[in-house]
Design a protein around this ligand. Structure first.
Ligand SMILES: [Ca+2]
Length: 295
């Protein structure tokens, strides 16, 4: 019997690549620290960078974290074709773990739609989907407007998925603004916890604080994708609101969840206590004993 939650992370992980977001990487770290979860594989998408860069970066990180046993699959490089090793892996694992597999989607949505094209039962087989993306209202960060990326970049796949999947949890861009990790807290927490994980975080995340100060006037960064990870495993940190969205191809070109299309049920969780939430996330990072020598 499978005692741990089987999970696939589909992501555009660029943690460590200059000028690119760190949040997929922190979401993977979070899942590695969740003792109730088993990461069955990481499927690579595009968005923060190209699929090739993402794939090589995930391989690099898993080697550094001594987690090379986790399968890494190449995804589609663009919306032009949905079928890829990643899509086949998602389709196959949904059969192997029918009714229990969770899918965490943190970048473009092409690979998931490909899995649905390969295996018509994919959407029914998956127990729950958690996404990061989408807008319910215009997004402003540090006083400046910010566009949507994850759902809009392959809007047709996104609408396809939402119209067929069930148990959809969406960390919308607006709701992610509370997933804010200040640089002051980062320094305080890593100094209070001298260990290999703190060293790793300092080495590989500092550039993103510098980037956010320069380009977004922030003394921290929004840890978008980690919210989608937390809401899937620890819903107690959220007010889980069931709602309906009405996306269309036209609305989804801008990432808007509401465009007057057919009603789709989903959950839009909201972080209830941001301080407790960030403390929890750091705690889970430190649970991940991935940088220590394995006995
Ligand atoms: Ca991402």
């Amino acid at each position: 019997m499978e005692s741990k939650i089987p999970l696939i992370i589909d992501c555009d992980c660029t943690l460590g690549i200059p000028g690119c977001d760190v949040d997929d990487g922190t979401a993977i770290l979070y899942m590695l620290g969740c003792s109730e979860v088993k990461i069955e594989g990481i499927t690579c998408s595009y968005g923060n960078s190209t699929q090739d860069n993402v794939y090589n970066n995930v391989k690099r990180l898993l080697k550094k974290w001594r987690c090379e046993e986790i399968p890494v699959l190449e995804g589609s490089p663009s919306p032009a074709g949905r079928i890829s090793p990643a899509a086949h892996f998602l389709a196959d694992m949904s059969e192997k773990y029918k009714g229990s597999l969770r899918v965490l989607c943190l970048g473009s949505t092409t690979n998931l739609a490909g899995a649905g094209d390969i295996n018509p039962d994919f959407y029914q087989n998956v127990k729950a989907f958690s996404f990061m993306g989408g807008l319910t209202e215009p997004l402003f960060v540090g006083g400046k407007p910010m566009g949507e990326l994850n759902f809009s970049i392959d809007y047709a796949s996104t609408v396809d998925i939402f119209s067929q999947a069930h148990d959809i949890y969406i960390a919308s861009a607006g709701n992610c603004l509370k997933s804010y990790f200040s640089e002051a807290q980062f320094h305080a927490v890593t100094e209070a916890n001298p260990c290999a994980m703190s060293d790793f975080l300092r080495e590989e995340i500092q550039y993103w604080y510098d980037y956010n100060r320069k380009y977004w006037n922030l003394e921290g960064f929004i840890n978008w994708d980690v919210m989608a990870a937390v809401q899937l495993v620890h819903p107690e940190y959220f007010n889980i609101k069931e709602t309906t969205i009405t996306p269309t191809h036209e609305s989804m070109k801008n990432g808007s969840l509401n465009g007057g299309g057919p009603e789709i049920k989903c959950f839009l969780p909201e972080i209830t206590d941001p301080a407790a939430y960030t403390e929890h996330v750091y705690q889970i990072y430190f649970n991940a004993k991935i940088l220590e020598e394995k006995k």
